[in-house]
Design a protein around this ligand. Structure first.
Ligand code: NAD
Length: 451
């Protein structure tokens, strides 16, 4: 077993070492999970519901601890990290109702009785990225467990601490041994083994589109079930008839929250040409007010980037571009980058086409509604987006025409545990969250009983 040294991205101090698991350790965890899953699925639904409520209660008591771990490990502002830990509790609570609500159906047929059952898939492997280590893990493990599966979770190399803590809380709250195992490790070792192991029957992958394609191709070998939550290049469309103050003051949070390391970041702002200059003036004021700094400060809205390597990658997008203005940022140590607003020269610029995953936004003028829709859809991605207009008909028309899984009109809302989330085109496959998520962790069995 090798290990990895974890660095606090806000000040570059060392915060600890974490062991990285090997293929043999994955195999041992899967063997235990297979046994645990059979026992778990055989429990009464009310008992599984109770166990998930106990897990949620353990998370609730640990919110401050989880939040501080996330601040130290990932650089998230403390207020966001507290929200994330609370969201994990809420996701668990929401899906604790699912074991008793996985309703099958009785279908009218001739000559007998026809019934569908939703049976667990078995062992589910969940691979998560470093940007929201707790919440994205919970979107997978809570409905998977609720549907009667066992889960093995691989956090990203650099950000394993909150996932490990959630594993500990699961054990302490009484979830059966082997049912929920957290295995830090390299993507090309532990992640790849999730894909190739014959007893892992479904993989939930959240991460880059490039790796997602490899995971999907690998899963095809065994016709393994797969859910993919991938990259994004979402548009925030501001029409001239919008409440410009609302559009401009809400736009920084929509792209710079979590330092832009957000798959739903509205990293392209499309503004109708007649209000382009007025929007930019208001946006500059709002960006100047966006509070970047000490992640442990309650009022901080944006912390550092996650790592030195990612800092360099984001910086590479700024070579040769026209920066209109920036916000403020500490000078270091730490991986600090200010909120940065760019006016691209062409729609073919790299900054317009590729996911930056950092605090950089491209602002682009458009002339007509058709123009706005065409530019919004001129991307291989389709995860999220926002539309600002006071014309209800236009809001409906444009929200139906933009190719994305999650849109909001006159807001930037993307994620609620009770509504479905996921991408179209190369942003992903399948949906997480919402009432149907547990069904994605089941196989539908149809049985005809001749009478
Ligand atoms: P990444 O693809 O590099 O890594 C994601 C995870 O996959 C990590 O745990 C990594 O160790 C693992 N991995 C790497 N290679 C692997 C392989 N060959 N087989 C199996 N697993 C492997 O992504 P990242 O840099 O950690 O995260 C950023 C990306 O995640 C961005 O593109 C972002 O848009 C995306 N993301 C998407 C969503 C969504 O819900 N759609 C949410 C958050 C992040």
């Amino acid at each position: 077993m090798t290990s990895i040294t974890l660095i606090n991205p806000a000040d570059e101090t060392m915060i600890g070492e974490v062991d990285l698991n090997s293929v043999d350790e994955v195999d041992a965890a899967v063997a235990k999970a297979v046994v645990a899953q059979r026992l778990w699925a055989a429990l009464a639904p009310s008992e599984r519901a109770g166990a998930l409520r106990a897990f949620a209660a353990a998370v609730d008591l640990d919110i401050e601890h989880l939040a501080r771990l996330e601040v130290e490990n990932s650089g998230h502002p403390i207020a966001s990290a507290r929200w994330e830990a609370g969201h994990v509790r809420d996701v668990l609570t929401y899906y604790s109702a699912a074991p008793e609500r996985l309703l099958g159906s009785q279908i009218p047929v001739a000559g007998g009785l026809d019934i569908t059952f939703h049976e667990p898939i078995g062992v589910v492997g969940i691979i998560v990225p470093w940007n929201f280590p707790m919440t994205i893990a919970a979107w997978g493990f809570a409905p998977a467990l609720a549907a009667g599966n066992a889960v093995i979770l691989k956090p990203a190399e650099w950000t394993p601490l909150t996932a490990l803590r959630l594993g500990e809380l699961a054990r302490r709250s009484g979830l059966p041994e082997g049912l929920f195992t957290v295995l830090p490790g390299r993507g090309d070792v532990v992640g790849t083994r999730f894909v190739t192991h014959p007893d892992i029957r479904k993989v939930v992958f959240t991460g880059s589109t490039a790796v997602g394609k490899k995971v999907m191709a690998g899963c095809a070998e065994q016709v393994k079930r797969v859910t993919l939550e991938l990259g994004g290049k979402s548009a925030n469309i501001v029409f001239a008839d919008a409440d410009l103050e609302l559009a401009a003051t809400s736009a920084p949070g929509a792209v710079f929250d979590n330092s832009g390391q957000d798959c739903c970041a509205r990293s392209r702002i499309l503004v109708e040409r007649s209000v382009f200059t007025r929007f930019l003036e208001k946006f500059e004021v709002a960006v100047g007010r966006f509070r970047v700094g000490d992640p442990l400060h309650d009022a901080t809205q944006m912390g550092p980037l996650v790592s030195a390597a990612h800092f360099d990658r984001v910086g590479s997008f700024l070579d040769g571009v026209d920066v209109a203005f920036t916000g403020a940022a500490p000078s270091g140590p730490g991986y600090w980058m200010p909120p940065t607003v760019v006016l691209p020269k062409s729609l073919d610029d790299r900054i317009v086409r590729e996911e930056v995953f950092g605090p950089v936004v491209a602002v682009i003028p458009f002339d007509t509604e058709e123009d706005a829709i065409r530019i919004a859809n001129a991307t291989e991605y389709g995860l999220a987006g926002s539309i600002f207009t006071q014309n209800l008909s236009r809001g409906i028309r444009v929200s139906r025409a933009v190719q994305a899984g999650n849109l909001s009109v006159n807001s930037h809302s993307s994620v609620r545990y009770s509504t479905p989330f996921g991408g179209v085109k190369q942003s992903g496959l399948g949906r997480e969250l919402g009432p149907d998520a547990p069904f994605a962790f089941t196989e539908t069995k149809n049985v005809f009983y001749a009478t």
